[in-house]
Ligand binder design. Sequence first.
Ligand SMILES: C[S@@+](CC[C@H](N)C(=O)[O-])C[C@H]1O[C@@H](n2cnc3c(N)ncnc32)[C@H](O)[C@@H]1O
Length: 241
Amino acid sequence: MVRQHVNPLSRFFQLPLELPPPAALFTDPGHPIHLDIGCARGRFLLALAQHQPGVNHLGVEIRRGLVQAAEADRQALELGNLHYLFCNANVSLEAWLTALPVGQLDLVSIQFPDPWFKKKHHKRRVLQPALLLAIAKALAPGRRLFLQSDVLAVIEPMVALTEACGCFTRPSADARPWRSSNPLPLPTERERYVLDQGMPVYRVLYERNEAPLPELSTLEQWLDAASDPADNPLDPAAPTA
Ligand SMILES: C[S@@+](CC[C@H](N)C(=O)[O-])C[C@H]1O[C@@H](n2cnc3c(N)ncnc32)[C@H](O)[C@@H]1O
């Protein structure tokens, strides 16, 4: 049985894994790469890889059983432009991203991430400052970061963090506050469920701009201040004593 949720901060998931390079994952390793973070059972990528044979798709997922099942599907279809890897994205992705040839990463998607609603669990959410900076470092200007969720309380902080980083802009044609449609040609499993229920989906497509990366500590301090504005003396909006 595959667990519904795992705690990414538990000691087991803090062990870094060395993820194989594109040459060990794809038949044509020079193709542009789409990285989907938190791909779950992988059916979205399985369909997308067949729809986009000129793109290499990598799904990473922290629940190992889902990755094993997804990999079995991929192997049955003998898809050379798709791979799934078990890892904690917050621990093991940065080194893999850093080793990529410049310009090869075309798109990063984070779709319907686990919400971890309680404030004390917000640090378990997948989009943390270090991962965002690793993504920003690996994406060349013009390359894309796609975020979507059905939970405003989850997507709003992701958007705020991404914009605080300064390395991403939204194309001028991208509707605000949320895109009206999915820029990807196929829905994820969660997206299909949400749309079937008639519930809204909140989406933003960012493009990497030319701005240099901020310091990690600066972005972490920003996040702390944004999470707890009343406690933070640096925040001009904080009430004075
Ligand atoms: C709510 S599911 C969404 C799955 C899929 N993206 C979709 O839209 O249908 C979020 C997925 O992210 C995975 N996940 C959460 N934290 C992760 C982490 N730190 N690294 C890798 N995967 C993670 C979860 O195990 C889960 O499968």
